[in-house]
Write a protein that binds this ligand. Structure first.
Ligand code: ZN
Length: 82
């Protein structure tokens, strides 16, 4: 099981550099943020910031991979909440 610290480390890794996420880790990541009262809201804020920056700057974002990753996470969270 992943804990909050690992989630935050994973997120900072994703921001800093491109990393590949193992399927199992990705699944645990999704499970954690859908249940955790700390990581869920944090991730939402983070994603909003990323999307906002992208819109305002209107530049080609190298983190495009990351953004699509966050998008897929959001979809997964919504699925779980329903
Ligand atoms: Zn957490």
């Amino acid at each position: 099981m992943v804990n909050c610290k690992e989630i935050f480390e994973l997120i900072s890794d994703l921001i800093d550099e491109e990393i590949e996420i193992e399927e199992e880790l990705h699944r645990e990541f999704l499970e954690h943020i859908s249940e955790c009262p700390h990581c869920g809201p944090f991730l939402n804020t983070f994603k909003k910031t990323v999307n906002l920056c992208r819109r305002i700057e209107n530049i080609r974002v190298p983190e495009e991979v990351h953004i699509s990753f966050w998008r897929s996470i959001r979809v997964e969270i919504y699925k779980k909440k329903k």
